[in-house]
Design a protein around this ligand. Structure first.
Ligand SMILES: *Cc1c(COP(=O)(O)O)cnc(C)c1O
Length: 239
């Protein structure tokens, strides 16, 4: 299989081989399930991975990456971006209002619009800076109290508000299913909500369930551990 799923923390993962293997799996599942999109985007999730690890993926030609913290991304990516042109960086973690300015400046896509107040702040910042970046609404499909995201019953309303009044460039929906539940029903729900709202992009599926997500119509999968191995402390990763 080549995936690093069961590997111990100490073994050094072969990142380029893992990347190749994950891409192969994605293509296989897409073909087997007659997925309507020929190209499913692989977002390589590099949170808590150092620049050396990230560079391996960049050298293998990977262009799309996800980070979940503004500060960490600011420390790691400007240098890498100078070195490797054409990178697309996606914000996939909870975004605090006081970091919106920095996030809009740094990221090319924000996948985690999870409340009206944040949608408004992001729209305002785009307006102020004349920079437009695509956004996803994050949906809390499992209705978990500790998890970020819009509740399923509020999705239509927030999507309408974002597209209408705020003029936010909204392209899709994103979810992280509960860890202890069968992810398929959550993926199915998210895909249905996206369809209903005329949103084309569906971001769902991580290392353990990206194949299921593709079967349910994911257009982007966010994979970290299966490519880079266990996450490290980010200390010292800022070059
Ligand atoms: C960390 C993270 C991922 C990747 O998780 P893995 O299990 O390492 O593949 C995907 N999406 C989000 C939102 C994350 O925070």
């Amino acid at each position: 299989m080549g995936l690093m799923m069961g590997a111990s923390k100490n073994s050094i993962p072969d990142i380029q081989e893992n990347l190749r293997s994950v891409k192969e799996q994605i293509a296989k599942v897409a073909k087997d399930t007659l997925h309507e999109h020929t190209e499913i985007k692989l977002v390589a999730v590099t949170k808590m991975q150092g620049s050396a690890q990230i560079r391996e993926a960049l050298l293998a030609g990977q262009k799309v990456f996800g980070e979940n913290r503004v500060q960490e991304a600011e420390e790691k990516w400007p240098n890498l971006r100078n070195e490797f042109p054409g990178i697309q960086l996606r914000m996939i973690g909870p975004l605090q209002r006081n970091k919106v300015k920095r996030a809009v400046k740094l990221f090319d896509i924000i996948e985690t619009i999870d409340r009206l107040e944040l949608a408004e702040a992001v729209a305002q910042e785009m307006h102020n800076t004349n920079r437009r970046i695509d956004c996803f609404v994050q949906v809390n499909t499992g209705e978990e109290p500790q998890k970020a995201g819009v509740l399923p019953t509020n999705v239509n309303k927030i999507v309408e508000h974002c597209r209408g009044k705020l003029g936010l460039p909204l392209v899709g929906l994103m979810c992280i299913p509960p860890v202890d539940e069968e992810p398929g029903m959550h993926f199915g729900l998210l895909a249905e909500m996206a369809r209903r709202n005329g949103l084309f992009e569906i971001s769902m599926g991580m290392s353990r369930d990206y194949k299921t997500a593709i079967a349910f119509g994911a257009t982007c999968v966010r994979v970290g551990t299966a490519i880079f191995g266990e996450r490290q402390s980010v200390t010292g990763a800022g070059e």
